[in-house]
Design a protein around this ligand. Sequence first.
Ligand code: AMP
Ligand code: ZN
Length: 667
Amino acid sequence: MDIQNTIQTLSKELNQHNYNYYVLDKPIISDYEFDLKLKELQNLENKYPEYFDENSPTQRVGGTITKNFQTVPHEHRMYSLDNSYSKEELVDWEKRIQKVLGEVPLEYTCELKYDGASISITYENGKLKRAVTRGDGFQGDDVTNNIKTIKSIPLRIKGNFPSTFDVRGEIILPFAGFEKMNQDLIEIGELPYSNPRNTASGSLKLQDSAEVAKRPLDCLLYFLIGNKLPFNSQFDGLETARQWGFKVPKEAKLAGNLEDVFEFIDYWDIHRHQLPYETDGVVVKVNSFHFQDELGFTAKSPRWAIAYKFKSEQVSTKLLSISYQVGRTGAITPVANLEPVQLAGTVVKRASLHNADQMEKLDIRVGDTVFVEKGGEIIPKIIAVDLTKRPETSEPTKYITHCPECDTQLVRGEGEANHYCPNFCGCPPQIIGRIQHYISRKAMDIEGLGGETVALLFNNGLVHNYADLYELTVEQILPLERMAQKSAENLVKGVENSKNIPFERVLYAIGIRFVGETVAKKLAKHYKSIDALSQAALMDLVLVDEIGDRIAQSVIDFFENKENKIIIERLKSYGIQFEIIEKVNPNATNKLSGKTFVVSGVFEKYSRDDLKKAIEDNGGKVGSSISAKTDYVVAGDSMGPAKLEKANKLNVPIISEDDFMILINES
Ligand code: AMP
Ligand code: ZN
């Protein structure tokens, strides 16, 4: 098989797997196998750039930087929708339609109204050509590179499509992905995003498409537009789009009259809370294109469609008090304590006020009656104050100036939304929060020790930082509340076991601001030891993949802090892993000098990177594809058939990981 063929076959295969996973939600291979295939394609493309294809599945990972998004005109204008808030308004809408069309029987397509950012994507000859935001409806921003990273959007489509058309839809962020993103932010001490819709639309305008690729965005499509489309109603259009490979939600229904439309609305008004993404209403469209044409448009929107907005879930209640929470990084979050009230099936007692600016904007005061709304987010928010109910004696709220926990004067960095308590080493919630982070599952994963026990240990003067954990004894812990012999022993054992946790997780555990799991991995891999990292200069740090100024400065600050230095030295003395342990033969030799290896497939004992490193450590070369110059192929399970064939054709010996180890270990 020639290279071009292999590349095309692999691309096709990967596109199909993406479709299975992201559109059908039915993957048929493991993520790992997928990654291997993707890597294989990437390698081939690197080696044979002449076969580069801008619609290759490798382009999904992003990496292009767009400094200025180009403004481009829409071939077909993107209209907005008229809104309605009651069934009477829908009855009136139908009357207006019948005035134009006469008393004809009408069918309506009912769809959910997805709450995100609208997008128009042009396909030419079955390939994704361009994606443009709505903008003012006449022209929008070209966000093609960012859109290509959204895996449910096909880069190529299949079926009987016209040579060019646009597909319209909504870019959304499903609740689960949104919450995961926020969890990650909270973990590194950053503020969470406030709602999925704004986060989705903000994502489209990120300059680095690799950043967009990391966000769990999705695209729900609802409309095809163009010449010579092979259907003549909205409902058939949805089905056709589905067949061509687009993600079109299945909830849409064809209604024979307004009664059916109302039924759809009533059903989804209740059941929308079970959907994985946010909807704010229903869109009702006259089904027949023939009737749509007769009805036409107003200046802003089609006459043949209307949005019915669900009543937002809002209640009013009283603000009893405002309290201020101190996070592990010292960030202060103001919280509204409310008179308990029923909202969207739960009792609401508290709401986040975000920061001082937000409070000022609302001019919120204790004693006020406020409107509380629940959107997609878990924590409800206060959207306005009912000024008609404000007590005459009320006074503007003064934001606190000192930490409610340690009384240190708060600081607020330029351009920062939040106030901070700078008492890093003496502020109890910061200390407790840091230790809780240190022991958490993704960090040191200390069994037998939970967040509440940490607070207990601190309050009893037994620990002041995470290094103190390693000096705890059973005798010291036993007198604590609800502590039995067995649990005390387990705690000490759990702490002891944490000495085996690998360096990258230790690096995450020590809680350097802005250093989350992924960044910790990058830093560990690059510097290999805490000594090397702590000595790195700013200029050096920013050269590491994905490390920006802010993270770099935070790393520097951490290691410059005297207290931190002492704690790290203590941890070292207890035997915490402060360097990467090389897994494969660390002793460099020249045994493989002059030999070229290709590593392919899935291995049992070693990772592919380990094997490659072992080859290089022993003087060999790692090639990316099999050629006449290859001396050995180190093959694991499920090596690609193309590679196997090639190796056989060129008579290149295929060896296992065990054979390879014998090769480098024999004298
Ligand atoms: P509005 O922004 O309130 O004018 O509402 C119009 C927008 O609703 C459109 O631009 C679409 O982005 C969005 N929308 C969401 N779901 C649908 C749908 N099923 N059909 C049509 N438009 C939709
Ligand atoms: Zn404090």
